[in-house]
Design a protein around this ligand. Structure first.
Ligand code: PLP
Length: 426
């Protein structure tokens, strides 16, 4: 689903937002730190830090015991499931916690692959992070054929005609990202899910990059699975999987025998990271509070999350317009991905850049280092979107410089970044 502005303006209280995040007050070499590294992991509000340390201070125990801290630990996990269910709009028993998206995807691909073999096909895309590619490529050893959906190079959007032509009766699963962590493209996932289902295939959505920027509604999308990582949307380092109840019940996990066979527990092996799970509830409540400040009359946490993302989008959109307009005036910079403002509903505020005809001191790494000295935290390389960097032939020359805006960034930060880039690129 594209991210569109709604008619009713919802304002983001940026001052309040920034006051929630203690790390934003840091300096580097006397410069205020500017966090443009959200796609690699966002900063966390104080309440997330407090929830993690409070858990360790007061509730620390294994689950399932007959005493107070163990019962509280069980409640912490149950609360976080409900919070994530509100975030994704699903049932709490459809939420599976794991260490990160990559681990969850490998675990599920192994289980899904138990029933697949020669003659079966899985469709992946050139735009995706490798965590939504390699777990499916691993099934080639079972004889499964992996097919690739290509991209339009000029704006780094998926070639939907190509994608549709590669879905057929043999397709068992379509794995696609909600948004690209490299170039910011938002994919028409609802349409892709519909195409997958029309052929009887499952739809697996990697929402890791989309989650901090746009509202996710798995009921509306009708996806079979959706994965995200809370450390990309203001929470702790954890992964979360939504799986439709029927699939979580039907598929066969590899698990230890004493572990319950009930969902979602049968998909959670070993002891969970309780302290980080405590932080997940705090992170969702932070977003809900943000939504309540934007729209005080909301009646539920889900409604508050909806309001939060309206406010976030409005703010990020303004910053993205300002940034892209400024970058476009630096003649030696090339922006990858969508640059036509009329199509901005189909992109996140994540920009991949390179200097045209770069010299040895203008590689993405060099640019990131020079920006880093001035307090701007950006990323460089392929950020595991390996198939895209190879397809665009930038892999051997350092990949891209990535600038990732989040809702805690400001117009002033964008302006200062543009000044710094003008000085560095010349
Ligand atoms: C789009 C996308 N998918 C998947 C991943 C992998 O997530 P995790 O680190 O939780 O395994 C990332 C991480 O950067 C990502 O950006």
């Amino acid at each position: 689903m594209p991210i569109t502005d709604t008619a009713a303006p919802t304002a983001l209280d940026v001052q309040w937002v920034r006051a929630q995040f203690p790390s934003l007050a840091q300096t580097v070499n006397g410069h205020p730190a500017v966090f443009l590294d959200g796609p690699g992991g966002t900063q966390v509000p104080q309440r997330v830090i407090d929830a993690i340390s409070d858990y360790l201070r007061l509730d620390n125990a294994n689950g399932g015991g007959a005493y107070a801290t163990s019962r509280r630990s069980d409640a912490v996990v149950a609360d976080a499931r409900t919070a994530m269910a509100d975030f994704l709009n699903c049932g709490a028993d459809e939420i599976v916690f794991g260490p990160n998206m990559t681990t969850l995807t490998f675990a599920m691909s192994r289980s899904i692959g138990r029933d697949l073999g020669p003659g079966d096909e899985i469709l992946v895309t050139r735009l995706d992070h490798d965590a939504n590619v390699s777990p499916w490529l691993a099934l080639e050893e079972k004889g499964v054929t992996i097919r690739w959906a290509e991209i339009h190079e000029e704006d780094c959007t998926l070639d939907l005609a190509d994608l549709a032509s590669k879905i057929n009766q043999k397709t068992k699963l379509v794995a696609v990202g909600y948004a690209s962590n490299a170039v910011g493209t938002i994919n028409p996932v609802k349409e892709i899910i519909r195409l997958a289902h029309a052929a009887g295939a499952l739809a697996w959505i990697d929402a890791v990059h989309y989650a901090p920027h746009g509202l996710i509604d798995v009921a509306d999308l009708d996806c079979d699975f959706l994965v995200c990582s809370t450390y990309k949307f203001f929470g702790p380092h954890m992964g979360v999987l939504f799986g439709k109840r029927e699939h979580l019940q039907r598929l066969r996990p590899y698990k230890v025998r004493p572990l319950s066979n009930a969902i979602p527990h049968r998909w959670e092996w070993g002891t969970l990271n309780h302290e980080c799970i405590a932080g997940i509830t705090a992170c969702i409540d932070y977003l809900a509070d943000l939504g309540c400040r934007a729209e005080p009359q909301v009646a539920s946490r889900r409604a508050a999350i909806v309001a939060a993302f309206e406010a976030i989008r409005r703010h990020e959109n303004a910053l993205m317009n300002r940034l892209i307009a400024g970058l476009s005036e630096i003649p030696r910079l090339k922006i990858y991905g969508i640059t036509d403002p009329s199509c901005f509903a189909w992109r996140c505020p994540t920009l991949a850049l390179r200097v045209i005809n770069q010299t040895a001191d203008q590689t993405p790494r060099q640019l990131a280092a020079k920006l880093g000295e001035r307090g701007f935290f950006t990323w460089d390389g392929n950020y595991y979107a390996l198939n895209l960097s190879e397809r665009l032939d930038v892999e051997k020359t350092g990949g891209f410089l990535r600038i990732g805006l989040a809702h805690y960034n400001t117009a002033d930060e964008v302006d200062r970044l543009l000044t710094a880039l003008r000085q560095i690129v010349g």
